[in-house]
Design a protein around this ligand. Structure first.
Ligand SMILES: [Mg+2]
Length: 308
């Protein structure tokens, strides 16, 4: 897409969607599944899970999405990490009730991580079968406007491709598979299951207002190097923005000129404080996708970052 006049690479969930309903469904399914594997009443399991949820909320820097012992995102920036963080809290806890629940999980699953993956993926599949879409209000009109202005838009998301295609499809907007070379020139494409969580061998990280965020994400980097976007947009700093910020700070191929945050009601202080003028800082924050036409028009017209 190097020939495109202005190219936006954007995350999907939490930027173009309202993810709370699906996140609540994953959380409820975690409770249901813990009750099932343990044979305990759902009310009792719910109480225990809520106690662990409070523990997670009280220590957000100690919980997140762990991969081989490293947090690829933190729980306070990433709503989809919350049920998994609660599961991890139960796994760590030594008091008898939590330990008994963990033992029941281990009878059916190799480890807590496999159980949590099962809860996440089975909820997502069922949720998409029941829900037409949870696009943010006006999302499809914003997308149509960006395309009318001659911009190219590429979704790079850990969600499955079918979710993006179906949710915009019911609104009459066709999204092409970015991995299919036949669609290389399409102005609206998506990479599903983009693997933004996978970390490389180095421990390269950014200090984001006191929180260390890992930046070596080879699968995401390879996509950025191929797409060469002008703007990267996302709602989870670690997953969506850390790698493009690092590329820009290191002046490497695939670095975008602009990096933007879609801030949500829960977005933590350390993420908001990572907006600033430095190459490794986020250039602008918007609170809703309907702000994009104004912001992207301004960015295209200017050669320097703006704060919106
Ligand atoms: Mg997101």
């Amino acid at each position: 897409m190097a020939a495109a006049p202005f190219h936006l690479v954007t995350d999907f969930d939490g930027v173009w969607t309202e993810p709370e309903r699906e996140a609540r469904a994953v959380y409820a399914h975690l409770v249901t599944e813990l009750a099932r594997v343990s044979g305990r009443p759902a009310e009792a399991v719910w109480e225990l899970v809520e106690r662990h949820a409070a523990r997670v909320r009280a220590h957000p820097d100690r919980f997140g999405w762990p991969i081989e012992g490293v947090f690829t995102s933190y729980v306070d920036e990433d709503y989809f990490a919350f049920p998994a963080a609660v599961g991890r809290s139960i796994e760590e806890e030594r008091e008898p009730e939590a330990a008994a629940l963990h033992a029941c999980v281990r009878r059916e699953f190799p480890n807590m991580g496999a159980f949590l993956d099962h809860c996440y993926h089975s909820t997502g599949d069922r949720f998409r079968a029941e829900v037409r879409h949870d696009l943010a209000a006006g999302a499809e009109r914003v997308l149509a406007w960006l395309l009318e202005q001659g911009m190219a838009v590429t979704f790079v998301t850990n969600a499955p491709l079918v979710k993006v295609v179906d949710w915009f499809g019911v609104n009459g907007v066709a999204v092409a598979d970015a991995r299919d070379p036949a669609h290389a020139a399409a102005p609206l494409r998506a990479y599903g299951r983009a693997g933004k969580q996978w970390l490389g061998d180095t421990s390269q990280a950014l200090d984001c207002a006191g929180r260390l965020v890992r930046t070596d994400r080879p699968q995401y980097r390879e996509i950025l190097e191929r797409e060469r976007p002008e703007v990267v947009l996302g709602d989870v700093l670690s997953l969506d923005l850390a790698q493009p910020l690092a590329l820009r700070a290191q002046r490497r191929p695939g670095a975008p000129a602009f990096v933007g945050l879609l801030r949500r009601a829960h977005t933590p202080r350390w993420v908001l404080d990572s907006v600033g003028p430095a190459a490794a800082q986020i250039d602008f924050a918007v609170h809703h996708v309907t702000q994009l036409p104004r912001v992207l028009s301004t960015l295209r017209a200017s050669s320097s970052p703006v704060t919106g």
